[in-house]
Design a protein around this ligand. Structure first.
Ligand code: AHR
Length: 498
């Protein structure tokens, strides 16, 4: 099969937003405990953080990290997790039916972020707490000194304020599974009041109101409209969450998951703009796509791993990802880039052990899942401006997502380097692709890597940690402003031009 792509230097969508490469650390399963934090581990630093994991997070290139949940945040009292560790209470976390020791809290997590070079995005519990605890957390986190809670932070050993800019007003409040879930009307009012109060403390905060937990939610669309009718003037972002998996062996539909993500973004943008228009507002609400990934949710629900026992850091949601999963993750990230005009922040959910690109074994190694590679390479290569490609390629019909172009692509352009990201979603045929890059003024291929395998279900595991890695694509050639490349079936590719 053949495809032809034209990259026009003038077809700029938006700047590459560094926050597109965000991730997510939730107090869930082994994400924090034995994931990022394991004082007994040979690589642990003086604060108990695994430095082998810190190295991988740096390599992954994740920027903003959402914390501490997720569903967890809706039962969380932030005060439990600061101050002398020996005095911190052990609590039940109803969301994941496990025990929380509170040995890692805001101040420790901020220290960890300094090691990884990431920005903190903090969620407040609006589900089961109120405005005052949110304001207290804001004071504790961001006020320099001279007030009760800022001085408490200083007394707890953190002299400088954390200066958190992005705050989530709860999590998935449309989901019946959420502790304290609400109707759109109730949540919209709570979110508006909480946001208004937080902005009285600091008008420059960037606040994220909860959108839908997925485009398949029965309230999708109406939820965003109602919530924004209440909260529009006080918030800056509406969130989107989307998880995909292969259902019943339908790999073709799974590979076309990005089509659904694109539809999701379109619909939320249209809804937000509709509310903005009704309010005659000049302000635009952006999207924080703050949970996205492949997640074999159905299998986990049937596995009984979230059960009646109260355990510390149980093994939960430890998906092991395949080549096909990585192709989908790479394609979803391309979609987020393509929508950089309105998606200005995103979080791959999650970071370590829990539906994560990085896995660890307690006392043992840390390694890269297949999904690690498209994320880390895109984060490293995407710079400057996002360019909308014109793609001529065959389309195939999928059961879940309708027509999908077999080849998808996006490009970024910067003065001294540009990059093209591509997927071939065909199950059996390689794609011979020509890309007109004359407008980019590039003279050579600096790097061309492809993630593919004759077994699309090949995975990296504890026993075989490097079974799947990206490999140089020797077919990439640039001549007279035309880049030619062969994409194997079910593959993700990145090409850097200089
Ligand atoms: O990322 C795992 C869970 O997925 C989060 O806690 C929740 O927000 C979503 O349902």
């Amino acid at each position: 099969l053949r495809a032809h792509i034209v990259l026009d230097r003038q077809a700029v969508i938006a700047p590459v937003r560094r926050r597109t490469f965000g991730s997510f650390v939730e107090h869930l399963g082994r994400c924090v405990y034995t994931g990022i934090y394991e004082p007994e581990h040979p690589s642990a630093n003086e604060d108990g953080f695994r430095m082998d994991v810190v190295e991988l997070v740096r390599e992954l290139g994740s920027t903003t990290i959402r914390y501490p949940g997720g569903n967890f945040v809706s039962g969380f009292r932030w005060e439990d997790s600061v101050g002398p560790r020996e005095q911190r209470p052990v609590r039940r976390d109803l969301a994941w039916h496990s025990l929380e020791s509170n040995q890692v809290g805001l101040d420790e997590f901020a220290k960890w972020l300094a090691l990884t070079g990431s920005e903190l995005m903090l969620a407040v519990n609006v589900a089961t707490r109120g405005i005052l605890p949110a304001l207290d957390l804001l004071e504790y986190a961001n006020h320099p000194s001279g007030t009760a809670l800022s001085d408490l932070r200083i007394a707890n050993g953190t002299p400088a304020p954390h200066n958190v800019r992005m705050w989530c007003l709860g999590n998935e409040m449309d989901g019946p599974w959420q502790t304290g879930f609400m109707t759109a009307d109730d949540y919209g009012k709570v979110a508006a009041r909480t946001a208004a109060a937080m902005k009285m403390a600091d008008k420059d905060l960037e606040l994220v109101v909860c959108g839908s937990s997925g485009s398949g939610m029965p309230t999708f669309g109406d939820w965003e409209r109602t919530v924004l009718e209440h909260a529009y003037d006080h918030v800056d972002y509406v969130s989107c969450h989307a998880y995909y998996q292969e259902h019943d062996g339908d790999l073709a539909s799974f590979l076309a998951s990005a089509v659904d993500m694109d539809y999701f973004i379109d619909t939320v943008v249209a809804t937000a703009d509709h509310v903005g228009h009704k309010k005659r507002s000049k302000k635009k609400i952006d999207i924080s796509f703050d949970e996205w990934n492949v997640w074999y949710l159905k299998e986990h629900q049937e596995s009984g791993e979230v059960n009646e026992e109260w355990r510390h850091a149980p093994r939960q949601l430890e998906d092991v990802y395949s080549v096909a999963d990585a192709v989908v993750v790479g394609n979803l990230l391309m979609t987020l880039l393509k929508r950089s005009d309105r998606v200005t922040s995103a979080s791959l959910a999650q970071l370590v052990n829990v539906i994560a690109p990085i896995m660890t074994e307690p006392g043992g190694p840390a390694w890269r899942q297949t999904t690690f590679f498209p994320f880390s390479i895109t984060s490293r290569l995407a710079a400057g401006e996002v360019i909308r490609p014109t793609i001529e390629a065959p389309a195939s019909s999928t059961d879940r997502h309708g027509e999908a172009s077999v080849v998808d692509a996006v490009a970024t352009f910067d003065e001294d380097r540009s990059a093209v990201f591509l997927v071939n979603r065909d199950l059996t045929q390689e794609a011979q692709v020509t890309i007109d890059v004359r407008g980019f003024g590039a003279s050579r291929v600096m790097e061309a890597v492809t993630l593919a395998d004759s077994d699309v279900y090949a995975k990296n595991t504890l026993a075989d940690q490097r079974r799947v890695i990206p490999r140089a694509n020797p077919s990439a050639a640039l001549s007279d402003g035309v880049l030619t490349i062969i994409l194997p079936p079910v593959s993700w590719t990145a090409v850097a031009l200089g």
